[in-house]
Design a protein around this ligand. Structure first.
Ligand code: AMP
Length: 379
């Protein structure tokens, strides 16, 4: 399949090729034609599947045919759960927009930073990417109007709800015009998400990219069998054994994440924690340090790591296994993204062995397991 078969305009196709996307990912092939026809979409897809471009490209295509908006009437609203995701979505939009005949003004707004500079910059914004809480604050100050929104995207709907934004989202829905196109993306589905789908979408086209099918074939997976006591020292040996520029380590709890960081730092390895107990500012700072290469090791919990997009991350280490196989695939999907190769290494204690088998079975792929004593002796 080629991008030119999806119905996109020549301007957008030229921007895609200048952004060096060669061929569309499955989620893009499946949703772009329907989106261009104005249909509502329900996208069940994890981060890493290419869902951002799947919705941004048709949005840019439609905006290009329209005149710039007057004043503070926003035509496209994208709701996201976190500041990190807001910034990432804006980056994808700008990455294409810079190659278009007319610059489409995109802005990301989120809490945890001062509101005034955001209010000043809102004028003539065409794509507004917002966390629900901050959007409501801005609306309360009459900084913008939603009365002309023609496209609404709710990205990572499950996470938006997990973070307790249900009332805010419902309030925002009431302020939107009746006639509009709606897109809802979610990695998982539960009753709460279903309620929102019923409220928001009309006769949607359903596009599903199974996390299991988002096959991590290009990721080299390994596992080491370690005792509980030797996990910490083994992690340090592992980190010191290669010249990976960035290493993302996953733990299953905030406490372990902090403990692991403490031990690594004590042993002279630059590391920083990334989890839900950290303030928004501390999380942004941690991610920025990691992305820029100032800190080599980021130790994160699953919740916090959802949605972080770091291209070409060479190594992911599972210090502890996640509860669900889906989360395992999501974790290792942080590496080898967009066609680049990566490594994923899991440290498995005897207690975790059974659970690791369940994960592999679900994934449909067996991972080579080496005893910790044989580390470095494998070919
Ligand atoms: P997302 O799931 O939207 O976070 O996208 C995952 C990654 O895939 C991002 O780094 C995108 O830049 C990249 N990507 C998305 N679609 C394509 C494509 N068709 N070709 C190459 N890279 C892509």
């Amino acid at each position: 399949m080629n991008f030119s078969e999806l119905g996109l305009s020549t301007e957008i196709l030229s921007a895609i090729s200048r952004a060096k996307y060669e061929s569309p990912y499955p989620i893009q092939t499946q949703s772009i034609p329907s989106l261009l026809k104005g249909k509502d979409i329900l996208g069940l897809a994890p981060t890493g599947s290419g869902k951002t471009a799947a919705f941004i490209l048709p949005i840019l295509d439609r905006l290009l045919t329209k005149k710039e908006p007057e004043g503070r009437h926003i035509p496209v609203l994208i709701l996201v759960p976190t500041r990190e995701l807001a910034v990432q979505v804006a980056e994808v939009a700008e990455n294409f927009s810079r190659f278009l005949p007319r610059k489409i003004k995109t802005m990301a707004v989120f809490g945890g930073v001062s509101i005034n500079p955001q209010m000043i910059k809102l004028n003539r914004t065409e794509i507004l990417i917002a966390t629900p809480g901050r959007l409501i604050d801005l609306l309360g100050r009459n900084a913008l109007s939603l009365s002309k929104v023609h496209t609404l995207v709710l990205d990572e709907a499950d996470k938006v709800l997990n973070m307790g934004f249900r009332e805010e989202v419902e309030h925002i829905l009431e302020l939107l015009p009746q006639k509009r196109q709606n897109l809802l993306f979610s990695a998982t589905m539960d009753d709460e998400v279903r309620v929102l789908i019923d409220k928001m979408l009309q006769d949607p086209v359903k596009v599903q990219i199974e996390a299991e099918n988002f096959s991590p074939d290009e990721i080299e997976q390994k596992a080491y069998r370690v005792s509980l006591e030797s996990k910490g020292p083994f992690l340090r040996t592992l980190i010191n054994s290669g010249d990976w520029k960035q290493i993302l380590v996953f733990t299953s709890s905030i406490r372990t994440a902090d403990n692991v960081v403490g031990k690594l730092v004590k042993n002279g390895i630059e590391a920083i924690a990334f989890h839900g107990d950290k303030s928004q500012g501390a999380r942004t700072e941690a991610l920025a340090r990691f992305k820029s290469g100032k800190t080599r090791v980021l130790v994160a919990t699953d919740l916090a790591a959802r949605g972080i997009d770091i291209l070409h991350l060479p190594l992911v280490i599972n210090y502890e296994l996640p509860r669900s196989p889906k989360d395992y695939i999501h974790r290792i999907g942080r590496t080898g993204r967009a066609g680049s190769t990566g490594e994923a290494i899991s440290l498995i204690t005897p207690e975790e062995m059974h659970h690791f088998k369940v994960i592999q079975k679900k994934m449909g792929k067996w991972v080579k397991l080496t005893h910790e004593e044989d580390f470095g002796k494998e070919e």
